[in-house]
Write a protein that binds this ligand. Structure first.
Ligand code: TRP
Ligand code: ZN
Length: 478
């Protein structure tokens, strides 16, 4: 589903800009580490993804984020402006991948008040998207460090590169936290790129009776003096954009039969049953996709059905997010993302069709299973689109930063997969799907990796196929 049909009128997030004074204008590339003779240098301000040059950081690999957040939603009833108050302590375990005399984390629109590295207060500075830290002693390649950042500020409604709300989106009853592709920096200091996956734990304190819903398993909650702290644990490696800490008036519904994946749904108390009744199919869908993609990769699953009207759905890891209501097709789409996108994540944002094409194709297969429409019929609908439409005008494996969630990425991506299945046969195709998840699960992969594995498993020469479908604009001939 292109799950973002609605462009919300601009509530401009004013990014807080603190000019760096501590840091000189040094090279953006980290000095290579060479054990024994450290040559210290700065970590780069981005991982080198051309779509988002400042996303992620060089020279660090984050192992774990422990996020201790205190959040006060806007005061009811319906205040203007829509502003919340966020105060956080992020405890970040990382490993240096270069000899560092300074390194960055991404942080946008919030102000850091202290940075502690390995127990010692450190000098730091902020620019628009970057928190710049100068560790002393300097960090050698391979060295572990614990970085504690105390930060906070006023939350509003951050906008992504296309002008859609994302990140820590302040709502009247809490926050809708949906950060794809690089919006996590709006709520915690982060190495904000899928190539650095990490485990997470959360302690989120909100005014009772609000509920904070994050990834993974609920560890517990406690209310003291009218404030409830919600503890969640997400032990599976996760890309930062898939983290959530959504706050609202939710009812938690847990289904945890022995030996099966626990399903924890969070349903906004204003929702009527017809808005979430389709979630009853989640367990059947889990079995359906396990048969095709292999065992479900995470400790838990579940949905958040919020009361906002932006029309979003996001595959937040282990806990997919739905605006307003959850349709059957979208439930299948976000669940399939747990394997395709979350367990195997894009190596560059340009590879996003590997997420959305697979998720869209997964819904096609689910629709066929349910006798709603055959895969062949859904494929035909896309193939019948005129060659002049965006589906065919776009280079699938390079849609551009503003084309990441356009029709080509979803529908041409799904059509590529079906055309590939027709080309190599069902047996090789489903062997490919499982092997893809097996081989790249827990990490990232690119379009080139997918093309190579397709050839390897099928034994077909697919160079012309991928050139036409993924690397060239225009409608491929069948
Ligand atoms: N990945 C989402 C999907 O399921 C679409 C999406 C992209 C999105 N960026 C987002 C949703 C930000 C919510 C917020 O297709
Ligand atoms: Zn999707």
């Amino acid at each position: 589903m292109p799950a973002r049909p609605f462009r919300r009128s601009a509530l401009i997030a004013s990014a807080l800009v603190v000019t760096a004074t501590l840091i000189g204008s040094g090279a953006a590339v980290a000095a290579p580490g060479s054990p024994g003779t450290p040559r210290y240098g700065p970590g780069a301000d981005g991982v080198g993804d051309p779509y988002f040059p400042l996303a992620g950081n060089g020279g660090i690999d984050v192992v774990h984020y422990d996020l201790d957040l205190d959040y006060t939603p806007p005061l009811l009833p319906d205040p203007a402006p829509l502003e919340g108050a966020l105060a956080g302590v992020a405890t970040i375990d990382l490993v240096a991948t270069a000899d560092l005399d300074r390194f960055n984390l991404d942080l946008r629109g919030l102000t850091a008040s202290s940075v502690v590295v390995n127990g010692k207060p450190m000098a730091f500075a902020q620019t628009e998207n970057e928190l710049v830290i100068a560790p002393r002693p300097k960090l050698k390649t391979g060295q572990s460090a614990t970085v504690i950042v105390t930060y906070g500020g006023t939350t509003t409604v951050p906008l992504d590169i296309e002008g859609y709300p994302y990140g820590w989106v302040t709502t009247y009853d809490g926050a809708m936290v949906v950060s794809e592709p690089e919006g996590s920096a709006t709520w915690f200091p982060v190495n904000d790129h899928p190539t650095d996956k990490s485990t997470y734990s959360f302690a989120i304190t909100v005014p009772a009776p609000a509920v904070a819903v994050a990834n993974g398993l609920l560890v517990g909650s406690e209310t003291v003096d009218g404030k409830t702290t919600w503890w969640w644990d997400a032990p599976d490696p996760m890309a930062a954009y898939l983290a959530t800490a959504t706050v609202g008036n939710f009812r938690l519904e847990t289904d945890a039969p022995a030996g099966e994946t626990p399903i924890i749904n969070a349903i906004d108390v204003t929702r009527t049953p017809n808005q979430y009744v389709n979630l009853a199919r989640t367990r059947a869908m889990l079995a359906f996709f396990e048969a095709r993609y292999g065992e479900y990769p995470f400790v838990a699953y579940g949905a958040i059905v919020d009361n906002d009207s932006v029309g979003y759905a996001l595959e937040t890891q282990t806990r997919s997010f739905f605006s307003g209501s959850a349709s059957e097709g979208t439930i299948a789409h976000e669940l399939a993302h747990q394997w395709m996108g979350n367990h195997v994540s894009p190596g560059r944002w340009a590879d996003i069709w590997l997420n959305e094409g697979w998720a869209t194709y997964s819904t096609w297969m689910w629709n066929e299973e349910r006798s709603i429409r055959t895969v062949a019929a859904q494929f035909a609908i896309v193939m019948n689109r005129a060659a002049t439409t965006p589906t065919w005008n776009t280079v699938l494996a390079d849609p551009g930063p503003t084309g990441l969630f356009g029709a080509a990425v979803y529908d041409r991506g799904a059509a590529l997969l079906h055309a590939l299945r027709l080309e190599i046969g069902d047996e090789a195709f489903f062997d490919l799907a499982k092997t893809w998840v097996q081989e790249y699960g827990g990490g990232t992969a690119t379009t080139a990796d997918f093309a190579a594995l397709s050839e390897e498993i099928s034994g077909h020469d697919l160079e012309a196929f991928f050139t036409a479908w993924a690397y060239t604009p225009g409608k491929p001939a069948l």
